[in-house]
Ligand binder design. Structure first.
Ligand code: GDP
Length: 338
């Protein structure tokens, strides 16, 4: 009977080859299903997802991956909607993904709770996918990277990855995109609006959003202040000088200029080889991160470690054993002899 039941089970599982064929044809339903498999905790789903990703990898890499960050309320979703619509009007396919670890910490998500990007979500050339929920930042990051591969295989030429301006998630997004765009609002340049300097330093383009109405004059001053602030950072490895642009996502002004700056950046990093070099570095980084993550989690799942870890930890805290000796003793239990 086991043959029959495994047959039945395999019948209800999606077929990897069929999914791949449909993804390569640009079928959004297949793309959505495959992403759901990536996000699933079930081993049999993950196995199919892995096969789909493997088959899609040779068809990936052809998009420009754009990270977008800024504090809640700065206008990220309005901006992405305005820019995305500009691109789809031109016949371009746009995917929007999100990295929002807040959905794990607060059980509510900063990015996802409101109705977002209504116009773009109805656009047949756009594909919008919220952040996977209930995951650590590392988990969200891996799933998002795999999702980028599938979106590229499905022919999306521009992949936006949105995150909130709260710290570590920016660094994660930065390590998977080609271009990093920071949204700010008009205001004094030196205070940098609670955004950490390290994040400003990562920006390739700073867009001063809400540069409309009464704020326009202040916005112009802000632009000068941000240009000066950016000059104080060391030159980028990409040899690109960050641009500061004014825009209004609601009035749809300045969006085309920002898109021109994106195009200039893209030509610059293709010509000088940085795009490929950076992607190689990112691939290496994620390769090492995945090894580290997997080793770490199998270490803590190991019964011998689980049996002794807390006692050892107590002894370290009580200074009865050195942290180094304790770590080595635990590793000896974990690693095979030899
Ligand atoms: P997010 O939290 O960063 O995604 O911000 P939203 O896109 O949800 O925008 C927050 C609020 O700012 C909304 O009420 C928008 O209508 C408004 N907003 C966004 N962009 C602009 C803009 O360029 N000008 C003005 N005046 N308001 C804007």
């Amino acid at each position: 009977m086991s043959d029959a039941s495994s047959y039945n089970r395999s019948r209800i599982l999606p077929d990897a080859n069929e999914l791949v064929d449909n993804i390569l044809k640009g079928d959004r339903v297949a793309l959505g299903r495959a992403i759901t498999l990536i996000e699933s905790k079930r081993k049999e789903h993950q196995d199919i997802a892995e096969r789909v990703i493997d088959a899609c990898i040779p068809h990936s890499g052809n998009s420009l991956r754009i990270g977008i960050t800024g504090t809640p309320g700065v206008g990220k979703s309005t901006f992405i909607e305005a820019m995305g619509s500009l691109l789809t009007k031109d016949g371009k396919k746009v995917a929007v993904l999100a990295i929002d670890p807040s959905s794990q910490i607060s059980k509510g998500s900063i990015l996802g709770d409101k109705t977002r990007m209504e116009q773009l979500s109805r656009d047949p050339l756009a594909f919008i996918r919220p952040s996977p929920a209930g995951e650590s930042l590392g988990g969200v990051a891996r799933k998002t990277r795999e999702t980028i591969i599938l979106c590229e295989a499905a022919g999306y030429e521009h992949v936006f990855i949105e995150t909130v301006g709260v710290g570590q998630s920016e660094i994660t997004v930065h390590s998977m995109v080609d271009l990093f765009l920071l949204l700010l609002i008009p205001g004094a340049g030196d205070e940098l609006q609670g955004i950490k300097r390290g994040i400003v330093e990562m920006a390739d383009i700073v867009a001063v959003n809400k540069s409309d109405g009464e704020r326009l004059e202040l916005a112009k001053k802000s632009k000068r202040a941000y240009i000066n602030a950016l000059h104080l950072f060391p030159p980028k490895e990409s040899d690109w000088t960050p641009k500061v642009e004014l825009c209004s996502a609601t009035d749809k002004t300045g969006i085309e200029e920002i898109w021109t700056a994106v195009g200039d950046f893209q030509s610059h990093v293709i010509e000088n080889g940085w795009l490929q070099e950076n992607r190689k570095r990112q691939a290496k980084f994620w390769f090492m991160e995945t090894i580290k993550d997997s080793l770490f989690s199998s270490f803590f799942q190991n019964p011998a470690i689980q049996a002794t870890f807390h006692t050892m930890e107590e002894q370290v805290l009580e200074s009865q054993i050195s942290p180094f000796k304790a770590a080595h003793d635990l590793l000896k239990k974990f690693l095979p002899e030899g």
